[in-house]
Ligand binder design. Structure first.
Ligand SMILES: [Zn+2]
Ligand SMILES: [Zn+2]
Length: 106
């Protein structure tokens, strides 16, 4: 851990082991993307088609998004737990900016 900042907001593109940016619709990596081609423009995995061309998510896409959400939260939980352990082990007084923010969820 470096510094006293809370873990930054999660970003699926920063996930470990994900060199390829995942599909922006189903969040699977591009080789296992489950998105169908858009019947209107023929593009696969474009989130814009779901807004502009009326595409609907399939079950596999919904599940893919939820799987990625679980991975992101699990990753975030590990960071929070590491931060908690760090706080518990810290013997120095906590810095002021930490003391002035009573609610980390604000
Ligand atoms: Zn996809
Ligand atoms: Zn389209």
């Amino acid at each position: 851990m470096t510094g006293w900042n809370l873990p930054p907001g999660c970003n699926v593109r920063d996930l470990p082991g994900n060199d390829d940016p995942p599909c922006e619709v189903c969040y699977r990596s591009s080789d296992v993307c489950v998105c169908p081609e858009c019947p209107t423009c023929g593009v696969q995995g474009d989130i814009g088609c779901y807004h502009k061309h009326g595409l609907k998510f399939s079950r596999a896409q919904v599940i893919g998004r939820q799987e990625m959400r679980v991975i992101v939260y699990r990753d975030q939980l590990q960071e929070e737990e590491a931060y908690l352990a760090y706080l518990r082990d810290e013997t120095q007084p906590f810095p002021n900016d930490l003391l002035e923010v009573p609610d980390p969820f604000e």
